[in-house]
Design a protein around this ligand. Structure first.
Ligand code: SAM
Length: 477
């Protein structure tokens, strides 16, 4: 992803971004950052960019002309780079104390953009007419006034960039921290074991990962309840629904409960009659209507503005109201497979399994047909695809889908019937267990080979059939 920062102080941005994780991501070409000096675009012969505000008042104002011309140059550059892929206007974020307050969810949403332009004000701000013409989002980093937009831009870039695929190597390292689950992070300790008479909590030294996870969750809950009761209230609601879904049908609702549990699902609706969860990362709506009579009401919980996308309908009676509201173009009927135990699966040790990097894109795209090349690229950059190697050669691969299920399993023709699929899936199941997740997958109805594999590995396959309903964007026109 590429950040363009329009500023009067480019060196402030360059200095601030060149270190640590951000600096490394820039050096590795995962993100790019360009500070563009607004002053270079002034038509004033003394290179002036500010003037007095009409009507009087304190301070100076940045004039419209240099800001506008600077933006045009940046926008032109982006268009040229994108070539035929040039689509919607690039988002232009004006940092201002008057904007919407920046938060983690906004960072996640911005991390999906390919290009973002930041506009940093100075003095008393910028001539309103330039803002009206170029700005798409007004964002503040808090209720206080700073002297310029450079520090806020750096704050936002830091928060957004670390969520971009590939910046933090492990997809999960951003997945456990504060705000991800409406919970504050648990307390952490490093060496020495004893310091100022204080000992590291015993459980952390036990090596029992399950116990450690439980302790951490408990600590997070206590801390959040004490320090951020507003967040805790949201968390408690989700937890209640999760428990209900697991009790009703652990396998069928594994996608919803896992999305909520992994801190990526937003509870759109949760009641006695059903639930709607929006998985923010995958942008998938998961719907459940516990009784037939509520189906229409449940579909109505999908926000009005939603015109297309992917929907998981857990009960068959959701389909008629869904089709009345959306032009559903594709329906994929699936059964859910879940691995209910918490013991790892044995591995043969003969097949090496490694995380695949982006250089594997052509190979994986050529073999994976249920998603676009862009999807495979995003999964690779997120570190979510793993390959099985035999004598140094890739024999097959498996992945975690963007909404959290296991899938994308493929073993190349010449390597079939050697137990590689079972090895790959066992590896993924163990990986998910180590993260404290419930491993689950979608099996397309009628895929007997997959069904057999799931049963062989000890997964429970739901008898209920649910539907992935796809509404492509052009169908909405
Ligand atoms: N007169 C402006 C007002 O009252 O809204 C404040 C201008 S401020 C002194 C100068 C610049 O700093 C702004 O144009 C903006 O780019 C940046 N800035 C100041 N505080 C900020 C905040 N809390 N969040 C984001 N940007 C901020």
């Amino acid at each position: 992803m590429n950040f363009y920062i329009m500023t009067l102080f480019p060196e402030m941005i360059e200095q601030g971004a060149k270190n640590s994780i951000l600096g490394r991501a820039i050096d590795n070409g995962i993100i790019s950052l360009e500070a563009v000096n607004i002053r270079d675009y002034t038509e004033d012969k003394h290179r002036k960019v500010d003037d007095y505000p009409y009507g009087g008042g304190a301070g100076m104002l940045m004039q419209a002309q240099p800001v506008y011309d600077c933006w045009r140059a940046v926008e032109e550059k982006i268009k040229e780079k994108r070539g035929s892929k040039a689509g919607a206007k690039t988002r232009v974020i004006y940092l201002t104390p008057q904007g919407k307050t920046f938060h983690q969810e906004m960072a996640g949403e911005l991390a999906k953009e390919e290009d973002i332009i930041f506009l940093c004000g100075h003095y008393e701000g910028i001539d309103e007419r330039a803002l009206e013409e170029i700005v798409t989002d007004y964002v503040s980093i808090g209720d206080y006034v700073l002297t310029g937009g450079e520090l806020p831009a750096l704050v936002m870039i830091d928060a957004v960039a670390r969520l971009a695929p590939g910046v933090l190597h492990n997809e999960d390292s951003a997945g456990e921290e504060t705000f991800y689950n409406d919970l504050l992070e648990y307390p952490q300790y490093s060496r020495p074991e004893q310091w100022h008479g204080k000992k590291v909590p015993e459980v952390l030294l036990s090596g029992n990962h399950k116990k450690i996870r439980e302790w951490r969750l408990e600590q997070s809950e206590i801390k959040t309840q004490r320090w951020r009761p507003d967040l805790y209230e949201k968390y408690a609601l989700r937890k209640k629904l999760m428990e209900k879904l697991v009790k009703k049908n652990k396998a069928l609702y594994a996608d919803m409960s896992e999305s909520l549990g992994r801190g990526r699902g937003e509870l759109i609706y949760g009641g006695e009659d059903g639930a709607v969860v929006w998985d923010k990362k995958a942008d998938v709506y998961m719907l459940s209507s516990f009784d037939k009579a509520s189906a229409e009401k449940i579909v109505d919980q999908i926000p009005e503005r939603i015109k297309d996308g992917q929907f998981i309908l857990h009960e068959e009676w959701l389909l008629p109201p869904m089709e009345r509201r959306f032009p559903v173009k594709e329906k994929m009927m699936c059964q859910r497979a879940v691995y209910n135990r918490d013991v790892s699966l044995p591995r043969s040790g003969e097949i090496e399994i490694l995380q695949l990097d982006i250089s594997w894109l052509p190979v994986i795209s050529a073999h994976y047909h249920l998603g676009s090349e862009g999807y495979v690229e995003e999964r690779l950059l997120s570190g979510a695809i793993f390959g099985a190697f035999i004598e140094g050669k890739l024999a097959g691969f498996i992945g975690e889908h963007i909404e959290g299920s296991l899938g994308m399993l493929e073993v190349f023709e010449e390597y079939r019937r050697k137990g590689i699929a079972a090895e790959l899936e066992s590896y993924m199941i163990n990986l998910h267990l180590s993260r404290g997740h419930l491993p689950y997958g979608d099996v397309i109805v009628g895929n007997e080979a997959s069904m057999k594999l799931q049963r062989k590995l000890g997964l429970k396959v739901s008898k209920e059939i649910y539907c992935w309903a796809i509404v492509p964007s052009d169908a909405a026109l």
